[in-house]
Design a protein around this ligand. Structure first.
Ligand SMILES: *[C@@H]1O[C@H](CO)[C@@H](O)[C@H](O)[C@H]1NC(C)=O
Ligand SMILES: *[C@@H]1O[C@H](CO)[C@@H](O)[C@H](O)[C@H]1NC(C)=O
Ligand SMILES: *[C@@H]1O[C@H](CO)[C@@H](O)[C@H](O)[C@H]1NC(C)=O
Ligand SMILES: *[C@@H]1O[C@H](CO)[C@@H](O)[C@H](O)[C@H]1NC(C)=O
Ligand SMILES: *[C@@H]1O[C@H](CO)[C@@H](O)[C@H](O)[C@H]1NC(C)=O
Length: 363
């Protein structure tokens, strides 16, 4: 275990008053690290964290000494952080994924699996090139961060691993996620409440649950997401493609969202708005409020659906979806000779050159 060495190196880099400080994790070996927080603010305007080797988490959840922060590797209040390198972050989440390993160590607050890597209040964050493997929970979390570029990542966990989202964004603005490959057991990317001006370009997703806005409005929450632009993404064998999910009883809005130039191969729900989201279908009660969904556009989709309902707009009875737009959509069935359909419930919008026909949209 090398936490002491990591902490010392971090302190040196963080205290460095030069214009650009640097911390390099060398390639020589793999480093077993227990939960650690890299705390800012730091002195230099740019802190370059270069990962060349492999960082691994303890394999047995019972030997995690602390889960208080909710994350294994956490960066907090560090502005101008550049993380890159050919290295790997291996969360060794396997034992966490099986409930039988009874979570676990109440003493150390390890009652739910932790995220592998989390950034909290890190403005001007750049994260590039790294490989991320087998997180106990989501691989990367970004919250309260503005001006973020995430690029050239390779994220992978088994299709069956629970809650292993690739990248989760919340309470952040001006975020770019680009040119990355994400194979996982849950959402490849999830955009959560408080997020705006998010661009996602050139992401390959599969296996996984697609690129999701939400879930929003859980437990009656006021949630907002606006200005999301998802473009040139490829979904292969995923549960969903472009998904927006909200709980009944929430409030707030999701608006001004574009999905464009999307390639689909064998996707179960290529286009989905679900305003009746209910995790694990746990008998969620009927509620009247809903997160208001408006101005959502889907443009240039090509590919195949493994379910018949390729387009599914299941909107709230009380707060309908407004301003949905479908433009040059061509989603055929994975199965030769089968057709696909669109389903709408309280969905207002327009469509242009769309297969399947979306004549169910209200005007
Ligand atoms: C997102 O893309 C749009 C259109 O290309 C661009 O105007 C905007 O500046 C981009 N925003 C970010 C955060 O990259
Ligand atoms: C999407 O990914 C699949 C599977 O790797 C590949 O065959 C296909 O060419 C890709 N499509 C595009 C448009 O990038
Ligand atoms: C719809 O969203 C787009 C993309 O964010 C934005 O440019 C446009 O102004 C919005 N339209 C309306 C009517 O709000
Ligand atoms: C939902 O938002 C749209 C766009 O801002 C607005 O026109 C509409 O009135 C809102 N619906 C409700 C029920 O508040
Ligand atoms: C729609 O996709 C199918 C299957 O990929 C293809 O055969 C067909 O030509 C496409 N139609 C249009 C209008 O692009």
């Amino acid at each position: 275990m090398v936490n002491k060495a990591f902490e010392a190196a971090w302190q040196d880099a963080c205290n460095d008053i030069g214009p650009r400080s640097r911390l390099t994790i060398p390639v020589v070996q793999s480093f077993l690290v227990v939960p650690i927080t890299f705390q800012g603010p730091c002195n230099s305007p740019i802190l370059h964290f270069q990962l060349l080797g492999t960082i691994v988490a303890p394999e047995d959840p019972n030997s995690w000494s602390d889960c208080e922060s909710g994350a294994w590797l956490k960066f907090s209040d560090v502005n101008g952080l550049f993380i890159d390198g050919s290295g790997m972050i291996d969360g060794r989440g396997n034992a966490w994924w099986t409930k039988s390993s009874t979570y676990i160590n109440e003493e150390y607050r390890c009652t739910v699996p932790p995220s592998a890597l989390h950034f909290e209040n890190c403005n001007g964050l750049h994260l590039r090139e790294l490989k991320h493997r087998d997180s106990p929970r989501n691989h990367i979390g970004v919250s309260g961060c503005n001006d973020v570029i995430i690029a050239y990542l390779d994220i992978a966990a088994p299709a069956s691993s629970p809650n292993t989202d690739g990248i989760d964004v919340a309470r952040s603005t001006q975020v770019r996620i680009q040119e990355s490959v994400i194979r996982t057991g849950d959402d490849c990317i999830a955009i959560n409440s408080g997020s705006s001006q998010i661009n996602i370009t050139g992401v390959y997703c599969g296996p996984g649950h697609g690129i999701s806005i939400g879930s929003l409005g859980m437990d009656g929450e006021y949630s907002t997401v606006e200005g999301v632009y998802v473009r040139k993404c490829n979904f292969s064998g995923t549960q969903n493609g472009a998904r927006i999910k909200t709980w009944q009883g929430g409030s707030g809005y999701a608006k001004d969202i574009i999905f464009e130039d999307i390639y689909l191969h064998n996707v179960n729900n290529p286009i989905l708005i679900d305003q009746y989201y209910c995790a694990d279908n746990n008998n969620c009660p009927k509620e009247s409020g809903a997160v208001n969904i408006s101005n959502i556009s889907y443009k240039l989709f090509q590919g195949t659906s493994s379910s018949r309902t390729a387009i599914n707009f299941d909107c709230s009875n009380n707060v309908p979806c407004l301003g949905l737009s479908l433009d040059q959509i061509n989603i055929t069935s994975t199965v030769n000779g089968e057709d696909t359909i669109a389903y709408c419930n309280n969905a207002y919008g327009t469509s242009y050159i769309t297969t399947p026909s979306a004549s169910c949209l209200l005007h």
